[in-house]
Design a protein around this ligand. Structure first.
Ligand code: HEC
Length: 104
């Protein structure tokens, strides 16, 4: 690969990493935050390490399944995709990663 080719490749990698994070936050802000920002209906609050520690211990696969398919837990009911059916599985995954990163 010539100099310009590898430069272009590294720019696009940076761009992709940056946009994945931004998407997670914007999906969270627009959809998940409605409940998770303040703990509405028994939802674990963003940034509340105590509420998240046992949930995170289940592993991201379980959390993602619960977020996509919906989940009746001990404190309340998490609707499938938060009730926002237009979200893709990847949108939910990005938002979940944003929530987990900011809650541990
Ligand atoms: C209508 C309110 C509401 C919205 C909107 C919502 N959630 Fe939740 N969520 C809940 C409640 C309530 C729980 C707690 C369920 C329990 O454990 O009893 C929960 C739990 C969770 C959990 C933990 C599941 C587990 O296994 O402990 C994850 C992950 C989660 N939500 C992700 C999301 C994501 C991602 C979004 C946005 C796409 C979202 N939620 C939107 C109400 C909501």
């Amino acid at each position: 690969m010539n100099r310009y080719g590898s430069l272009a490749a590294s720019i696009s990698i940076c761009f992709m990493a940056g946009s994945a994070l931004a998407d997670g936050k914007s999906v969270y802000d627009a959809s998940c935050g409605v409940c998770h920002m303040s703990g509405v209906a028994g939802s674990p609050k963003l940034g509340d390490k105590e509420e998240w520690v046992e949930r995170i211990a289940q592993g991201n696969d379980v959390l993602l399944k619960h977020a996509i398919e919906g989940y009746q837990g001990k404190t309340g009911y998490m609707p499938a995709k938060g009730g926002f059916a237009h979200l893709s599985d990847d949108d939910v995954k990005a938002a979940l990663e944003y929530m987990v990163q900011n809650s541990q």
